[in-house]
Design a protein around this ligand. Structure first.
Ligand SMILES: *[C@@H]1O[C@H](CO)[C@@H](O)[C@H](O)[C@H]1NC(C)=O
Ligand SMILES: *[C@@H]1O[C@H](CO)[C@@H](O)[C@H](O)[C@H]1NC(C)=O
Length: 275
């Protein structure tokens, strides 16, 4: 607002001959402002569709350079550092190393209504199945190829009051695809669009995530991790789904956060957000 006002005023004052000398807000600043309008109230669980579509189209235009990234971010320093050599030894070292390739998180912004951040994955890194309780999440693949598998609960209401001690819950497959940049921004919702997902980096890749609202242990939006089991591997506990509709269903079991899943923070080096 103030910038627009100054941009209009300064040529009049003869200080600048044209507006080009007055810098446009960065793509990231624009993203922040649209997020701020989209997630305007923590009282509204999911923003209206037209607001989500607008935010989605803003994310669609964001390029790695807009967030200070280039694709050799991994070559420069081995993806912000792998394990020390000791973990690479031993019979199963190759498996350990593949699974444990650490993920790097670049934090851009967080308030109580939304957060913005970037996950950088070296090739073959995995972000295991995890949920986004009560959240809307927009994900823009900035570069590279990523295999995404995502489920929604078959019965989301029972999920809240699940009394099953084994913590096994029936989920329906929503996404099962390799995505290669450039591709459209994907959106997941509290009970649709694949709220429980896992990422596997086919090549090194980076994904820009907007979470509204962010995770919060205090407000009950904990991040829970899961293992998947084929639907046919376990007896159904009743009449949850008709026999002919079990395509793409699986059981998800709550697990503790896998030790091998390592996320490291690194400084964000792109244009800063001014809130
Ligand atoms: C962000 O949103 C809040 C709440 O809707 C509003 O008060 C504030 O002015 C907004 N800030 C910016 C920079 O747009
Ligand atoms: C969420 O995390 C908080 C803090 O760690 C914990 O007290 C609470 O029991 C957790 N809730 C669930 C549902 O796991």
């Amino acid at each position: 607002m103030l910038q627009a006002f100054l941009a209009a005023l300064l040529p009049v004052l003869g200080l600048f001959s044209d507006t080009e000398e007055f810098p446009m807000p960065s793509a990231v600043q624009n993203l922040y402002e649209v997020c701020n309008e989209t997630f305007s109230s923590s009282a509204v669980p999911v923003p209206p569709q037209r607001a989500i579509q607008r935010l989605r189209s803003v994310l669609d235009t964001i390029k790695p350079v807009d967030v200070g990234l280039n694709e050799d971010v991994f070559e420069n320093d081995h993806g912000y550092g792998f394990f020390g050599p000791s973990l690479w030894r031993g019979r199963h070292s190759r498996i350990v190393a593949r699974w444990a390739a650490p993920v790097t998180y670049l934090h851009l912004y967080e308030c109580d209504r939304f957060s913005i951040g970037i996950f950088c994955l070296p090739a073959s890194a995995v972000i295991p199945f995890h949920n986004h309780p009560g959240m809307t999440v927009l994900s823009k693949l900035l570069f590279g190829s990523m295999y995404i598998k995502a489920y929604d609960w078959v019965d989301p209401i029972n999920t809240e009051t699940n009394s099953n001690p084994s913590q096994l819950r029936l989920a329906r497959l929503e996404v099962d695809n390799v995505f290669t940049s450039p591709c459209d921004t994907s959106v997941l919702y509290p009970t649709s669009g694949g709220n429980i997902h896992s990422f596997r980096a086919v090549t090194s890749c980076a994904v820009l995530d907007v979470l509204g609202p962010p995770y919060s242990d205090i407000e009950g939006r904990n991040c829970t991790y899961y293992s998947e089991y084929p639907y046919s591997s376990l007896p159904d506990d009743g009449n949850t789904i008709p026999d002919d509709d079990d395509q793409g269903c699986a059981w998800l079991e709550e697990i503790k956060r896998p030790d091998e899943f390592i996320v490291r923070g690194a400084p964000y080096k792109g244009p800063q957000i001014e809130a």
